[in-house]
Design a protein around this ligand. Sequence first.
Ligand code: HXC
Length: 258
Amino acid sequence: MQYADLIIETHGRVAVIRLNRPKALNALNDNMMNELGDALYKFDADSNIGCIILTGSEKAFAAGADIAAMAKYDYTDTYGGNYIGRNWEHILNVRKPVIGAVAGYVLGGGCELAMMCDFLIAADSAKFGQPEIKVGVTPGAGGTQRLPRTIGKSKAMDMLLTTRMIDAAEAERTGLVSRVVAADKLMEEAIAVATTISAMPLSVAMQIKDSVNRAFETTLTEGVRYERRYFHAGFGTPAQKEGMSAFLEKRAPKFDGL
Ligand code: HXC
């Protein structure tokens, strides 16, 4: 796959999508978001891939939506053109696990895109912020919704209203990221984590992802019912037969993309 604003690699069953507009600190523009959707859908449909990593550069995962492009927009361009809705949320349709591996600036739309990943591994250099208020707009890709659900209202309000950036340690403390690693080990660690996931049965990984995401959309009782359907449906599948046989036979399971 060849893209103007992305670099693509694969490592076994792991796909890496790297945002690549270094001169603009990976500011997210229309072309990049179109390409990102295209790459994500291709890997989601590729049976050789079990987990996807979304990353940026050492300096910036992404410093936000492209201010140079947005500066000339009016309401006809944004509402009429379905700005954000038209191409930012493809990642939410991906059924395979998506890990965000972030370093440097994770700002504005960059932080919002990161929060659409299933979980985040951060370099110790990462800085998270929602500085939209300083460029005269509210966040528009879920910052006022996913941030408080993730780190709580008080921290979210603080970040959104003051534009204060939090570092990787604070992001880990608040649950925004799952792990923090040395910056020069970020990709090694992310690929190792993604390799672990991609050795699991893919169908079960997708069901877990879907159920966890459901938790944010429904009541506890309905969410537990939803989970129970997947649990029951898992019996009789090759993944369940292999996983449970392997345990009883005291050997490692071999799922091979099941
Ligand atoms: C367009 C950007 C950009 C952005 C950086 N650049 N962020 N271009 N959109 N969001 C460009 C700069 O213009 C500059 O280009 C080059 O990247 C390097 O940036 P510098 O500012 O020179 O670097 P530095 O001094 O190291 O400062 C880094 C920074 C700063 C603190 C991250 O660039 C910054 O504050 N950026 C804007 C952050 C922001 O406000 N993000 C939210 C955007 S609004 P040149 O050509 O001059 O070298 C948003 C809305 C989301 O995201 C809502 C919908 C999704």
